[in-house]
Design a protein around this ligand. Structure first.
Ligand code: IPE
Ligand code: IPE
Ligand code: MG
Length: 241
C-alpha cells in the first residue's frame, strides 16, 4: 500500500490477542517463559511500526483473568516480566511519544505492579503519537461485572435513575472509557476465538486470525493484515450507498 492509501487509514485502533508464545517455545524445547520473552520483542517492533502504518491506538492482551489457572512458575514469571518491561522500556516509550494505559482489574495485582502502572501512565500522560493499552488481569466479563456494580451502586444511592442507563453510560464505566472501539482485532497462533477480550467494545470490530505464532509476528505480517483490512467494507448494520 502506498503512503496516500495509508493516510486514509489514519487513526486506526488495532487490538491484538498475542497468542502462541508457549507453543513457540515448546516447539524449540525451551521453557514457556522464553516464548513470552520473545513475545515482548515482537511487541516492541509492532509498537514502533504503528505510527507509520496509521495506527493511533494499539490495545494488546497480555494476561487474562483466566490465565491465573497456569502454573505458579509461569504466572510469577509473567508478572516479573511485566514489571521489568515497564521499567526497561519507559524511556523509549517516552521518546516514541507513546501514551501508556492499562485495563483490567488492578486490585488483583501486586502493589509493586500497581505502582508501576500508575507511574508510567502518569509519566506518558502527555503523549499522543500512539495510545498503547495493555490488558493485564483483564476479562471482558469481569469488566462488565465491575461496571454493573458501579452502576447499581449509583442507582441504590439515588444518584442515577435506571432509565438513564444507556450504551454511552455503560461504556463510560468500562476500563476502556477513554478509548474508541477497536476497528480491527487480530489474533495470532491459529486459534479462532476471542477468549474474553473486549466483548462489548468489539461488537462491530473486524477480525483477522493468522496462524503465525506471536513470537514470529513481523512488521510485514502486520502490514499485510492492515492492507487487507483497508479493503473491507464496514456497514454497521446499514447498506452500501
Ligand atoms: C499468549 O501465549 C500469552 C499469554 C497468554 C500470557 P500463550 O502462553 O497462550 O501461548 P500458547 O497458546 O500456549 O502457545
Ligand atoms: C488469551 O490467550 C489471553 C492472552 C493472549 C493474554 P489464551 O491462550 O489464554 O486463551 P485460550 O486459553 O487459548 O482461550
Ligand atoms: Mg494461548
Amino acid at each position: 500500500m502506498n503512503t496516500a492509501d495509508r493516510k486514509a487509514l489514519r487513526g486506526l485502533h488495532v487490538a491484538i490477542i498475542m497468542d502462541g508464545n508457549g507453543r513457540w517455545a515448546q516447539s524449540r524445547g525451551l521453557p514457556r517463559l522464553m516464548g513470552h520473552r520473545e513475545g515482548v520483542r515482537r511487541l516492541k517492533e509492532v509498537v514502533r511500526a504503528c505510527p507509520d502504518l496509521g495506527v493511533q491506538y494499539l490495545t494488546v492482551y497480555a494476561f487474562s483473568t483466566e490465565n491465573w489457572r497456569r502454573s505458579r512458575r509461569e504466572v510469577t514469571g509473567l508478572m516479573s516480566m511485566f514489571a521489568r518491561s515497564i521499567r526497561r522500556e519507559a524511556r523509549e516509550l517516552l521518546k516514541q511519544g507513546v501514551r501508556m494505559r492499562f485495563v483490567g482489574d488492578r486490585t488483583g495485582l501486586s502493589p509493586v505492579l500497581q505502582d508501576l502502572f500508575a507511574w508510567i501512565e502518569d509519566l506518558t500522560a502527555g503523549n499522543t503519537r500512539l495510545h498503547m493499552t495493555v490488558a493485564i488481569n483483564y476479562g471482558g466479563r469481569d469488566e462488565l461485572v465491575r461496571a454493573t456494580r458501579a452502576i447499581c451502586a449509583a442507582v441504590a444511592a439515588g444518584t442515577l435513575r435506571p432509565e438513564a442507563v444507556n450504551e454511552e453510560l455503560i461504556a463510560a464505566q468500562l476500563d476502556t472509557r477513554d478509548l474508541p472501539d477497536p476497528d480491527l482485532v487480530i489474533r495470532t497462533s491459529g486459534e479462532v476465538r476471542s477468549s474474553n477480550f473486549l466483548p462489548w467494545q468489539s461488537a462491530y470490530s473486524e477480525f483477522e486470525f493468522t496462524p503465525v505464532l506471536w513470537p514470529e509476528f513481523t512488521r510485514a505480517e502486520f502490514e499485510t493484515i492492515l492492507d487487507a483490512y483497508g479493503l473491507r467494507e464496514r456497514r454497521f448494520g446499514g447498506v452500501t450507498a
